[in-house]
Design a binder for this molecule. Structure first.
Ligand SMILES: *[C@@H]1O[C@H](CO)[C@@H](O)[C@H](O)[C@H]1NC(C)=O
Ligand SMILES: *[C@@H]1O[C@H](CO)[C@@H](O)[C@H](O)[C@H]1NC(C)=O
Ligand SMILES: *[C@@H]1O[C@H](CO)[C@@H](O)[C@H](O)[C@H]1NC(C)=O
Ligand SMILES: *[C@@H]1O[C@H](CO)[C@@H](O)[C@H](O)[C@H]1NC(C)=O
Ligand SMILES: *[C@@H]1O[C@H](CO)[C@@H](O)[C@H](O)[C@H]1NC(C)=O
Ligand SMILES: *[C@@H]1O[C@H](CO)[C@@H](O)[C@H](O)[C@H]1NC(C)=O
Ligand SMILES: *[C@@H]1O[C@H](CO)[C@@H](O)[C@H](O)[C@H]1NC(C)=O
Ligand SMILES: *[C@@H]1O[C@H](CO)[C@@H](O)[C@H](O)[C@H]1NC(C)=O
Ligand SMILES: *[C@@H]1O[C@H](CO)[C@@H](O)[C@H](O)[C@H]1NC(C)=O
Ligand SMILES: *[C@@H]1O[C@H](CO)[C@@H](O)[C@H](O)[C@H]1NC(C)=O
Ligand SMILES: *[C@@H]1O[C@H](CO)[C@@H](O)[C@H](O)[C@H]1NC(C)=O
Length: 869
């Protein structure tokens, strides 16, 4: 049976405190504590080593200590306050050497850096202690076993009787012979039966039995199968009732070896540990009739304390009629706090090693000494971790202090942005970690992080303030229990270093532009036009341009857009503005407003297309009448806008529709209409926008429109044009004209030429095309000489030999407006210059007059236009 108890002492930090710690020069320190020997293995020395403990018997054999062996043989191995290892041996331990009133225990320690104990160093320590005077009965409640030893008394009568008897009785009782001068058997008093165990069997069952010259010993592990839990006076005891038979010569004697140890009786209310032990416990007082207290003493860590020392530590020891009570304020000197983790939560437990010695006298035992060693640990109490944040602005550092923590806690990991980082590696992330230690052994961790590391979140707060948020989770481990817990650390520092976005606005052509220069706070700000989020898709829908190149956000919006506001409309100017708001991407709080305002010409509102189509947009002014733009109409109220937004209404119509009127003067043909808005039941318009499209002759077109609104806007000219054509047809049916590529067309004498003159644009049914003069030249210039006149003021030139014939034009699929066409036929005659016959190319020119069909020119005349082909 050679077992080793392996202890790993992983000590990151050593701190000595408490009543009895002292610097020890060697790896071990020894103390004699009455019937116990204590050997303390220095934490410093055995730091980070694997240990095996052995006891060495008199013959020099080393016996490895394990839990069962320790409880059976009277050894205890525990950790102390300072995380040293404490070894205790009973004076009556299996391997003690007893001589007079001295017991000697030898311990061997092997220490290695490897778990397989290779290259172990061996330490041997032998200690001898005076055990003092034994009481007739001694009971000891150790943390892992109960021990009772009673004086081996042989009444004189028996001594006399034995001397008279022969020595050779032994063959009759082989067991008695085998266990000479020793215990013969033990009888366990179970409630339902009595069970006798011979020594060998009792040993196998985990009991420790022996006799010395003067004493009979029984040692019972708490875990032994026959141990009963018995309640008395509200306190539970571990009890073993037994009678032990031992020999004197050939005579068997019997002794009561009952043992009882309290296992509870501790209460933690009122921040006080209250430990109550009943005084006279039935199993220990069987057959007893009178008691007398002799002594009640108590102490900590096996050291007795005087009444004065106890008072100074605020301990209370009450010796009452039936019970002894000890009260220790939680946290008092003598005990220590240790870190504890429950459900991942950090907490503390207070631990104190109390012991109580009660001696009494009674009529059966004369004197009993009952020693109870009791390690008390308070229940888990959650602890708060203080986190303080100190900003060092000049260094741009956040210094966060986390703690304090007890010495048995070590920081192992940080979780930075979800990634676990071991403490030594944290520096690579810019985190500098150091430990602050306090005189009482507690410590705190200081984490220094530059404000500008990426893992510190920066957010805009207000005005020029930015919030820097450190969000890191710390993982700690406790020693020696190796429990882990985490402390989430969130620290915020406000720094006045915000740079807000700024903007520049300008306009060109028909667009408003806003260029926003990003600051250092607007990474997640979003552009909004009032409540409308200007996304890339939204921008696309309205032909807005939204471009962000990382440093700038550029936005371009056409002048006529649903999100442009019109704030002024004067004779020559419209003030248009575009407002943009940057909102926080998460909270949608309004952060910054920007706007660009530009002056546009009113002519931007109108387009007079050559084919007679007019596109005109009416706008609603900010602060003006609240118009429903869809209710705007033209003079002909059937004409409604084709496109309506909140601020605009666009009409698209032909000049010969919608009640458009015309005017002529010598240079232009002017169309006029107006956009109107009347309240229902009231014909007087509250909105009137008059506009003109002038199609000038010689391609000049004047467009004007005016509003009755105050002030009447005046507008830059818009160009439209009057388009005429002169074509030569192949036949009288006028179905197929000569194409451009067929010119010059070759014609022979007297061959007929079929001409057609057409007003192509505007397509206004109320216009009439009339031919004025038509003439032929032999160069491209219409003014060149000579000229041969075919038509003069719309009439055939009777003087010419080439007769001209007009053809009536009827409505057809091709001819929608017959009044826009004139056809005539000319027969090729010889054209002479003087007397010489011209055989070169000839050019035909016509001038036309476009008139109002109803012959009611407002200015009193028709306008004429030149045309050549
Ligand atoms: C009993 O005690 C004696 C003397 O201390 C010792 O030599 C012996 O080994 C012990 N026996 C047992 C079984 O512990
Ligand atoms: C044991 O110690 C020796 C000498 O100190 C050393 O050379 C050897 O590497 C060690 N072995 C182990 C397993 O540590
Ligand atoms: C706790 O303290 C209160 C008031 O100080 C007292 O009434 C109560 O009895 C105490 N409880 C215990 C268990 O000592
Ligand atoms: C900031 O750090 C510098 C350098 O470590 C130090 O000199 C200074 O006192 C610190 N300032 C504050 C306010 O802690
Ligand atoms: C600490 O982090 C490392 C990875 O960096 C991981 O392997 C280790 O398990 C972590 N330790 C604890 C106690 O969380
Ligand atoms: C140790 O000292 C520090 C600093 O003085 C204090 O904050 C902490 O509470 C103390 N810890 C204990 C257990 O007394
Ligand atoms: C801190 O980070 C964790 C994990 O990355 C996250 O769940 C938590 O919400 C963060 N806390 C704050 C205050 O940002
Ligand atoms: C971003 O756009 C702005 C304005 O449009 C321009 O001034 C700047 O140079 C651009 N920056 C980059 C990196 O392209
Ligand atoms: C006139 O021209 C515009 C632009 O080219 C065109 O959209 C429109 O349909 C045309 N109108 C007519 C009646 O042909
Ligand atoms: C003809 O009308 C246009 C547009 O109304 C005007 O600009 C122009 O001066 C007028 N011409 C004459 C000769 O009156
Ligand atoms: C035009 O119409 C008139 C009467 O409607 C008819 O007499 C004449 O023949 C037609 N001319 C042509 C070229 O179709």
């Amino acid at each position: 049976m050679k077992l080793s108890l392996v202890q790993r002492l992983l000590l990151i930090e050593i701190f000595f405190s408490g009543v009895w710690t002292q610097e020890t020069p060697g790896p071990m320190s020894l103390e004699c504590l009455g019937n116990l020997l204590r050997i303390t293995l220095s934490a410093e020395y055995f730091e980070d080593k694997y240990l095996s403990l052995f006891v060495v018997d008199q013959s020099g054999t080393a016996w490895g200590i394990d839990e069962a062996m320790a409880a059976q043989c009277g050894y205890t191995v525990t950790h102390t306050t300072s995380r040293s290892i404490e070894f205790r041996a009973s004076a009556l331990s299996c391997h003690s050497y007893l001589e007079k009133d001295v017991f000697t225990v030898t311990i061997q320690i092997k220490a290695s850096h490897a778990p397989d104990m290779s290259n172990a160093t061996t330490h041997l320590e032998s200690a001898s202690c005076h055990h003092g005077l034994w009481s007739p009965r001694e009971l000891m409640c150790e943390s892992n076993y109960m021990e009772v030893s009673v004086r081996r008394e042989v009444p004189q009568a028996i001594k006399d009787f034995v001397q008279d008897q022969p020595e050779d009785w032994t063959p009759v009782f082989p067991e008695a012979k085998a266990e000479e001068a020793s215990i013969w058997q033990i009888v366990l008093h179970q409630p339902e039966e009595k069970r006798a165990l011979l020594v060998g069997n009792a040993w196998s069952a985990g009991y420790g039995l022996n006799t010395t010259d003067s004493r009979v010993l029984l040692r019972v592990p708490y875990t032994a199968a026959q141990v009963q839990l018995v309640e008395d006076q509200g306190i539970t005891f571990s009890v073993l009732r037994s009678s032990t038979f031992y020999k004197y010569q050939w005579v068997i004697l019997m002794v009561d070896t009952a043992v009882a140890c309290p296992v509870d009786g501790v209460d933690y209310t009122n921040k006080t540990i209250t430990w109550t032990v009943p005084k006279y416990i039935p199993p220990l007082s069987a057959g007893v009739t009178s008691f007398k207290d002799v002594l009640v003493e108590a102490g900590v860590d096996l050291l007795k304390l005087s009444a004065k020392e106890m008072a100074s530590r605020k301990y209370v020891l009450l010796n009452e009629l039936k019970a002894i009570t000890m009260k220790i304020p939680i946290g008092a000197k003598g005990g220590y706090y240790k870190t504890s983790v429950s459900n991942g939560q950090l907490g503390v437990k207070y631990t104190i090693n109390l012991f109580l010695e009660h001696q009494w006298e009674d009529n059966k035992w004369r004197r009993t000494k009952h020693t109870i060693i009791r390690e008390i640990e308070t229940p888990f109490e959650q602890a708060e971790v203080a986190i303080t944040n100190n900003l060092n602005l000049s260094e741009r550092l956040m210094a966060v202090t986390v703690g304090t923590f007890l010495p048995d806690v070590e920081l192992v990991n940080l979780t930075i942005e979800g990634v676990p980082v071991a403490v030594p590696e944290a520096v690579q992330h810019g985190y500098l970690i150091h430990r602050a230690r306090y005189a009482n052994g507690s410590k705190a961790y200081v984490i220094e992080v530059p404000l500008d590391v990426p893992s510190i979140k920066k957010e805009y707060m207000r005005e020029d303030m930015r919030a820097y948020t450190l969000n890191v989770t710390l993982t700690f481990i406790t020693y020696p229990s190796s429990e882990t817990f985490v402390v989430p650390v969130t620290a915020l520092s406000a720094v006045k270093d915000a740079v807000l976005p700024s903007a520049r606005g300008f306009c060109d052509g028909r667009k408003l532009h806003l260029i926003i220069t990003h600051g250092n706070v607007d990474q997640n700000w979003l552009p909004f036009v009032s409540d409308w989020h200007l996304t890339q898709e939204a921008a696309q829908k309205y032909n807005y341009i939204l471009r962000d190149n990382g440093t700038h956000l550029a936005i371009s919006v056409p002048f006529l857009s649903p999100h442009v506001s019109y704030e002024g409309f004067h004779t020559s100017a419209i003030k248009a503005s575009f407002y943009l708001t940057l909102k926080d991407g998460i909270t949608l709080a309004q952060r910054r407003d920007f706007s660009v305002s530009c002056i546009f010409s009113p002519s931007e509102l109108i387009q007079c297309l050559p084919n007679g189509t007019v596109i005109i947009t009416a706008i609603k002014l900010v602060g003006g009448e609240d118009l429903d733009m869809s209710l705007l109409v033209l003079r002909d109220r059937q004409c409604k806008p084709s496109l309506v937004t909140e601020n605009t209404a666009t009409f698209k119509f032909n000049v010969n529709t919608c009640g458009t009127s015309r005017k002529f003067n010598s240079t232009a043909m002017t169309y006029e209409n107006e956009i109107l808005y009347s309240r229902p039941g009231n014909d007087t318009p509250i909105y009137q926008l008059k506009f003109l499209c002038s199609y000038g002759v010689k391609q000049t077109v004047d467009v004007q429109y005016e509003s009755k609104k105050n002030p009447p806007p005046s507008i830059k000219p818009e160009f439209g044009c009057l388009v005429l054509s002169l074509k030569l047809f192949k036949e009288k049916s006028y179905s197929e004209p000569y194409q451009e590529s067929e010119y010059p067309v070759v014609k022979y004498l007297r061959e007929a030429l079929y001409f057609e003159v057409e007003l192509l644009q505007p397509k206004d049914a109320r216009l009439d095309l009339n031919l004025d003069d038509c003439w032929v030249t032999n160069s491209q210039s219409q003014d060149s000489l000579p000229q041969w006149h075919i038509l003069i003021h719309g009439c055939e030139n009777n003087k010419a030999s080439y007769r001209t014939v007009f053809h009536k034009v009827n409505y057809s699929l091709r001819v929608k407006f017959p009044q826009h066409l004139k056809r005539f036929e000319v027969r090729m005659f010889t054209f002479f210059q003087g007397t010489s016959l011209l055989q070169e190319q000839l050019y035909f020119h016509c001038s036309v007059v476009v008139c109002n069909t109803k012959q009611q020119p407002l200015d009193g005349f028709c306008a004429g236009g030149g045309l050549q082909h």
